[in-house]
Design a protein around this ligand. Sequence first.
Ligand code: PLP
Length: 377
Amino acid sequence: MREEDIIKELSKLKKDENYRSLKSIDKKYINFSSNDYLGLNEDRELRIEFFEKYKNVDLMFSSSSSRLLSGTYPIIIKLEKILEKIYNKKALLFNSGYDANTCLIETLFYKNSLIISDRYNHSSIYAGIKASEAKLLRYRHLDYNHLEEILKKYSLEYDDILVVSETIYSMDGDKADIKELVQLKNKYKFKFKLLIDEAHSFGVSGYGECYEADALDLVDYIVIPLGKAGASIGAYVLMDELSKEYLINKGRKFIYTTALPPINVAWNLFILEKIEKFDFRRERLIEISEYTRNLLSKYEIKTISTTNIISIVIGENQRVNRISENLQEKGYLIYPIKEPTVPKGTARLRVSLTALHTEEIIQKFVEELKYEIDNIL
Ligand SMILES: Cc1ncc(COP(=O)(O)O)c(C=O)c1O
């Protein structure tokens, strides 16, 4: 790109109040922007327990090599074996959720495939679809009648179809219906494959929504990014044996990258082994989410969210910027979400609740939020 074109685009972003910049967080805020939904990453005691458990192990901070060279440390194999036992599928560890989604889609699908994607799916899913050169059709967000219309129309034309959905949608805080998606699979006699991204549900619903819905056999690919309630980095991809073999041989984002450091892999394993023990955190998250939604409704602040991610649509960029700046000045870490992450004109505040938020914090925050919404017009 020519320099003058780059400058032009950046000035347009500034003019549209849609310019992004990095800020270091030096002030102590009440954090409403973290995806540490269960509070595991904040938990010092948990880290102490981890280092006590692994103190005799040579856990290095780099794997110094790709998985296919010397990067497949025994701890990775151990982790993948445990995953395979839990999910009854083959498992492969990727360096991030972004890599996992793009690599899986671009490697296993191609120009003769049809990919039908929920309109609001994550950017990494669309990046994978674009690179795969498959035909893309989008269904209206969570509208399974629309998905079925598309399936009816195209299921005879294509013999390689993938349907992609997330579980909890992080910009709207609403939830896909996994049972309905697998019912469609039955109805269409397995004419399509199903990929479910569990980024915002792993941990929050234990092993994830597919596991909880008893749908593991009917979901072909499960992608579990670990940067949210997983309190870590990397992503698990769960699939059939042939797909795993193919990804190991052909997946560029798997082959040509340094494997995750053993220290992170050990932490992933540590969290996975304890996931069932975090019930009290899950219960607390549900409790505080309900409390927040009720309070918002009392203050007549609308949200369509049904989960711990509370999305409050404000509308124009300028207004959402002012409101979030004022809330930051009052000590709340909350950012505006704007296009292209969400549709133009639906700029919003995304309140990310965690099991660590208290009723007192929420009460004060909602009062301040109400004040800003009523005063910034
Ligand atoms: C639904 C979804 N999938 C994938 C990703 C990417 O995961 P990672 O951050 O591990 O690259 C994210 C967000 O980060 C996400 O929200």
